[in-house]
Design a protein around this ligand. Structure first.
Ligand code: C5P
Length: 245
């Protein structure tokens, strides 16, 4: 088969090694249950729901890889998708790198998806993959902001923080995951960008390469605080009602 006719192969890396302290005490965030199923299992199913994704790599807490492997074995996952579990690192970035290192050869497109966004709809996943296949080195799903955002001079002592700027709201976007990448470009970014970043696409920006935005989805929100768990369960309840069971 020539290179042009070879189908694109897509893998998803799910960093799930964070402790999730903002959710309060309890199990690591990715292992918290939503409607009786661990958040991580929802996130893995969300990636595997795309027919384009043939491998999902879960990056587990460093001391929890066996527990995560057992968890995935206990829950029904699509047969067409392969799964790998690897131990994570100190930072999210390190965890993503460890996930990338575990990928077997032959993947053109890589998604990086937070375990903390368990409910992203498959249409959003597919839109990200399609934009990478169309030639963008990096693609992020994002939504316009409801709130005005202020840039401040942070004060560690708790005193009022001076505002230094108000970016024009209509030009701002709140960025979600999965973020999609040309595999070779993301590997290169991880080799050359060493400072800490809060999303993977900003590493591609640092290489001077274009990053494009596709529409995100309100159900792709990040489960960060206790109220987000209530919202996530409400979304699942609505889906069950709409699915008719
Ligand atoms: O902390 P934050 O909410 O930004 O984490 C985003 C994602 O990165 C979560 O899914 C978390 O489990 C993961 N993470 C990781 N390794 C770390 C820290 C965070 O895989 N050391």
């Amino acid at each position: 088969m020539s290179d042009e006719s070879r189908p694109f192969r897509t893998a998803a890396v799910i960093p799930a090694a964070g402790r999730g302290v903002r959710l309060g005490p309890g199990a690591p965030k990715a292992l918290r249950a939503l409607n009786g199923t661990p958040m991580l299992v929802h996130a893995v199913r969300a990636m595997a729901a795309s027919r384009s994704v043939s491998l999902v790599v879960v990056v587990a807490p460093p001391d929890g890889a066996t527990e995560v492997k057992n968890l995935l074995a206990e829950h029904a996952l699509p047969e067409r998708t392969d799964f790998l579990v690897v131990p994570g690192g100190e930072s999210r970035q390190e965890s993503v790198k460890l996930g990338l290192d575990a990928l077997p050869p032959g993947f053109d497109v890589v998604l990086v998806h937070d375990a903390a966004r368990p409910l992203v709809p498959v249409d959003t996943v597919d839109a990200v993959i399609e934009a990478v296949r169309d030639g963008a080195p990096a693609v992020v799903p994002a939504l316009p902001l409801a709130d005005t955002v202020k840039q401040v001079e942070p004060r560690a002592d708790g005193s009022p923080e001076p505002v230094v700027a108000t970016p024009e709201r209509s030009r701002l976007r709140a960025v979600q995951t999965p973020q999609g990448f040309d595999h070779a470009t993301l590997v290169r970014a991880h080799e050359s960008v060493t400072e800490n970043v809060t999303d993977d696409a900003s590493m591609i920006e640092q290489l001077g390469l274009p990053v494009v935005v596709v529409p995100g989805h309100e159900e792709a929100f990040k489960v960060t605080r206790p109220l987000d768990l209530v919202l996530a369960e409400a979304v699942l309840a609505r889906r069950r009602a709409n699915d008719g069971f």
